[in-house]
Design a protein around this ligand. Structure first.
Ligand code: 5GP
Ligand code: ZN
Length: 114
């Protein structure tokens, strides 16, 4: 399968890894929009939030456990977690991922992170 994030998980494309366990891989976003900008992805390929089911939703739980661990380790008091699902929402890589953003005061609204 020609999937960028599957290749990053497999180590075929280099990334700045920040966390890894049996279920989750996390790495620095190549174009950060906040001082802390990490991507958390499930190791099994899931294209997007639309395809989360009772069978694979355990991966999402593991991702949020990993986010809590990394945030604790890095002393992040405040942070935002974002999933873009579908083209209009800004999803550009079709492997489910959650953006972890921190390190700046964030507004709320469509343009607030652009
Ligand atoms: P999306 O727009 O799909 O929600 O998020 C995809 C994210 O992946 C973007 O923030 C983009 O900067 C990041 N990204 C795209 N290609 C690469 C890459 O090769 N390496 C890393 N580390 N991040 C990437
Ligand atoms: Zn993939």
């Amino acid at each position: 399968m020609d999937c960028l994030f599957c290749k990053i998980i497999a180590g075929e494309i280099p990334s700045a890894k920040v966390y890894e366990d049996e279920f989750v891989f996390a790495f620095k976003d190549i174009q950060p929009i906040a001082p802390v900008h990490y991507l958390f992805v499930p190791k099994p390929h899931i294209c997007c939030a639309k395809k989360i089911t009772a069978e694979n939703s355990g991966s999402v739980a593991k991702i949020f456990e990993a986010i809590a661990k990394v945030a604790e380790d890095e002393g992040l008091e405040s942070y935002r977690v974002i999933n873009n699902c579908g083209e209009d929402a800004g999803q550009s890589v079709m492997h489910l991922h959650f953006h972890l953003l921190a390190g700046k005061k964030m507004g709320w609204g469509e343009q607030s992170l652009g």
